[in-house]
Design a protein around this ligand. Sequence first.
Ligand code: ARG
Length: 457
Amino acid sequence: MSGKLWGGRFQNSAEQWVDEFGASIGFDQQLVTEDLEGSIAHVTMLGACGILSQDEVNTIKDGLHQLQQKATEGSLEFSIANEDIHLNLEKMLIDLVGPVGGKLHTGRSRNDQVATDMHLFLKKRLQEVISLIEAFQKAIVTQAEDNIDTLAPGYTHLQRAQPISFAHHLMTYFWMLERDKQRFQDSLKRTDISPLGAGALAGTTFPIDREMSAELLGFSAVYQNSMDAVSDRDFIVEFLSNGSLLMAHLSRFAEEIILWSSEEFKFIELDDAFSTGSSIMPQKKNPDMAELIRGKAGRVYGNLMGLLTVLKGIPLAYNKDMQEDKEGMFDTLHTIVGSLKIFEGMVRTMTVAKETLHKAVHQDFSNATELADYLATKGMPFREAHEVTGKLVFLCIQRGIYLLDLSIEDLQEASSLIESDVYDVLAPEAAVQRRHSLGGTGFEQVKIQIAKAKECI
Ligand code: ARG
């Protein structure tokens, strides 16, 4: 006898270290709430379908409620000998209410049970992730609204390219997050399906009502194929994949925060709450949280690769390999929740160095396109305008000045098309103002964009 709930056909017991290797209780105890919810729905359905007597149902439910109570108090004691959350709770139930507790598992298998737990768990957490994304989006909008007329250098190749509204730059991340949010929302549809009642793989001989248990659990639909129900982990892959893309976005933003808060840029200052000092260099204020988030993208991608690899070669239906779906999922959830919370606070409390940004934009050549466009508007072919402007930039570099510092004589020597109105055109404010094409950085367009964004949150 092995002493296990499934030990009937076993003569010898496994050695303890083998049990330890196979056990998932160390991590799947995080499913305790969902496992109990699933059992309550299942036993309610068994009663309604006349499979268990009302007395039996009441006794079992009473026991499950006691376990819920203990779970809330944190007084459940899990044991590796009982392998996983399902067997641990079933054992506790039988200890509490006697052998009738053994009737709970009628018409059910751990295979549909664990799948149900995972669906329930992710469904709840997805809502949490979605609202955290939204909170972060709000912080971005608030900073953007405060910086519509803050001029900043816009970059390509990390070289100053054209002046922009700093709000326009910030809002780019808003839209990335909006797509992330939509992806999580969309995946909710495929998470919101009940596998319960699929049994081990083939369904069950008991006259169960799967739609009833699904409804009791708040699921919108049931799986149409019992083998698919117990072997589908696509909804977890989707979660890990959406989490990965979210982390890619956070990591890009983190990189900019790190650059901007450096002595080299000084475009922002992070609040003390989101920075740390150095143990040896007293002058330092490090953007540790941003760096950490940039780094954490790695583990989230790893979790995605891990599960895809686990799934790629397993035959239908359930295989123990699938137990490996959990730790990565918990880890990704924990990581993205933490990263979103930190990022929201970091962006909400950062100070934008408007003066430095203003100076930066007035001491560079990011208005060169304006001059080329100006000449093109006056009839010069754009290629030629580009050439003329390039030569003037070169002249400035030689003299250590910027385009706006050139005298009208210097400018007219380069092209007789240039008149004194050029100075207005070269002002960075004007360069931004004039980019009024839809979705452009023109101040009015940025305001329209922010108004549209606010409709999403
Ligand atoms: N702990 C298992 C898991 O997470 C539960 C399902 C076990 N089913 C089985 N037939 N061994 O996948």
